[in-house]
Design a protein around this ligand. Structure first.
Ligand SMILES: Nc1ncnc2c1ncn2[C@@H]1O[C@H](COP(=O)(O)OP(=O)(O)OP(=O)(O)O)[C@@H](O)[C@H]1O
Ligand SMILES: [Mg+2]
Length: 482
């Protein structure tokens, strides 16, 4: 125990050095370094000496005498980490006392210092100079993963960025548990990328390599809706044929599964899982639809220019409506092109706002306000958004019907994916006894209505919407690795 704890301290020291350091440090860590092996050797020598002396106590009191297993839900919008030992499964607070952390990072322009989660969003929304990153999961499996992105003047690979994000969660969990975590089951959507099995596999491989680089020697994967089902299983009475509806920020995933307390004890659940389906559609896409329907027109989307009354180019508006693309717009070339058109536009006030957003790099703030409108419309019929950073008097009033109309096509596609899951399972909707609604996007009233209409008689479960996947992954890790 003593040996493990001291060795762990040295590892933590190494990591803290990296987490609070520059992007180059993070890169260095992913690749390993000669300095690390020297520290490693020193740690072993210290441990042996102290063991001989036999005077020191463990630095981290290990509250868990039994082995610990870890589940990580790296979500498009929010992430969580849960731990399982032989007796218990629980979430670890991953940002101060919070058991979920927004999957966001902010790199300060001054020194590239990295901030995570709420701290990142706060810095960004307070307009500190630097670069915000959100929806990093959407980059997995895509060509952008290899290309990387410029962060405050330095090229950074996305695997470095994702590794830094997951590492700070792992460190927090290890400090809480007093032991190094070696076994993890990571969540994955049914499809990271639609209709492209090679890209889908690449995404999983990329995430696996990142987990290994962080010191997880044993890495497994589980579909996120299956994990959510495992988390709910402890509360199921009798045997239930359940459908999990997991609608997150980036994907919508479905599972038809037989749940019961007895089934939960089985190592192999293959015979209980009847079908899985998923589409790469989620809350981010609803933000995009709402942005294009209501925000972008205020910035000149669909206005005209020149003697031929042509529509202004639309790509700025599409990129400004997508979390993973906003950053790519802030180039001198884009601003120069937009400014050239300003002379010919028929809506100079609105088009001028677009240039303002590009120059001020405030696209993320517009999108954050769009998300606020969407969430506001869950409990109210109308919402008034303020955008003083564009124009001090600019307010946009949005009614729920407008939002519903904007997302109706994608909602229909999500319902179709759920029906496809029933079809693959070979059952009718009325055979489902329990519907488990999980993921933040299941809060949307139109989504609720649509699924209630599909399963009018089923029992309904909506607990732990933002953390059930993480918990279920830890259950799964214990079942696989113990
Ligand atoms: N009250 C609400 N009304 C509408 N949408 C909401 C609400 N609360 C959260 N959301 C949306 O839910 C999404 C985040 O849900 P969640 O945390 O389950 O996603 P995730 O697990 O990070 O994503 P994924 O599983 O797709 O990788 C965001 O798009 C967010 O805007
Ligand atoms: Mg999720």
């Amino acid at each position: 125990m003593c040996l493990l704890s001291i060795h762990y301290c040295v590892l933590t020291l190494q990591r803290n050095r990296i987490a609070s350091g520059s992007l180059r440090d993070i890169d260095h860590k992913l690749q390993g370094s000669p300095g690390d092996s020297v520290l490693h050797l020193i740690s072993i020598l210290i441990c042996i000496t102290l063991q001989i002396i036999g005077h020191l106590r463990p630095q981290f009191p290990n509250t868990m005498a039994t082995p610990v297993f870890c589940g990580i839900d790296f979500g498009t919008s929010n992430s969580s980490l849960a731990i399982a030992n032989q007796d218990d499964v629980f979430l670890i607070p991953v940002e101060n006392d919070h058991k979920t952390i927004p999957s966001a990072m902010f790199f300060a322009r001054k020194d590239n210092e990295a901030f995570f989660g709420r701290a990142a969003m706060e810095r960004f929304l307070n307009r500190n100079p630097g670069r915000l990153m959100r929806s990093l999961k959407r980059v997995l499996g895509t060509p952008a993963m290899r290309q990387g992105t410029m962060v405050n003047g330095e090229l950074m690979k996305f695997d470095q960025i994702v590794a830094a994000f997951l590492d700070q969660m792992k460190q927090k969990a290890e400090a809480d548990c007093g032991t190094e975590l070696k076994h993890v089951v990571m969540g994955r959507p049914v499809h990271f990328v639609d209709n492209d099995p090679a890209a889908d596999q690449r995404a999983e491989d990329e995430l696996k390599a990142i987990a290994k680089s962080l010191g997880f020697g044993h890495v497994g994967f589980q579909f996120e809706p299956i994990a959510a089902a495992f988390a709910h299983e402890a509360r199921v009475t009798g045997e239930k044929l359940a459908m999990v509806v997991d609608l997150g920020g980036g994907t919508s995933d479905f599972t038809v599964i037989r749940l019961s307390k007895d089934n939960a004890l089985k190592h192999d659940r293959t015979s209980d899982i009847l079908a899985n389906t998923g589409v790469r559609l989620g809350g981010n896409d609803f933000d995009k639809d709402l942005s294009l329907a209501r925000m972008m027109p205020e910035l000149g989307f669909r206005t005209t220019y020149g003697t031929k009354n042509l529509e202004v180019p639309s790509y700025h508006y599409f990129d400004l409506s997508e979390w993973s693309k906003v950053n790519f717009l802030y180039t001198n070339r884009t601003i120069f092109q937009a400014k050239q058109l300003l002379r010919e536009t028929h809506s100079p006030e609105k088009y001028g706002r677009l240039i303002n957003v590009l120059e001020q790099e405030s696209g993320h703030a517009v999108l954050a306000e769009t998300e606020n409108i969407k969430i506001g419309l869950t409990n109210s019929d109308a919402y008034v958004a303020s955008l003083p950073f564009i124009d001090k008097d600019l307010q946009i009033n949005v009614e729920r019907e407008v939002f519903n109309a904007a997302i109706s096509t994608k909602t229909q596609r999500i319902i179709e994916a759920a029906k496809q899951c029933l079809e693959s399972a070979g059952i009718a909707a009325d055979a489902i006894g329990l519907v488990i609604m999980t993921g933040g996007s299941t809060e949307i009233p139109l989504i609720q209505e649509s699924f209630r209409a599909l399963f009018p008689a089923a029992e309904w479960s909506e607990e732990n919407k933002l953390s059930s996947v993480g918990l279920g992954l830890a259950y799964d890790a214990r079942s696989r690795f113990s």
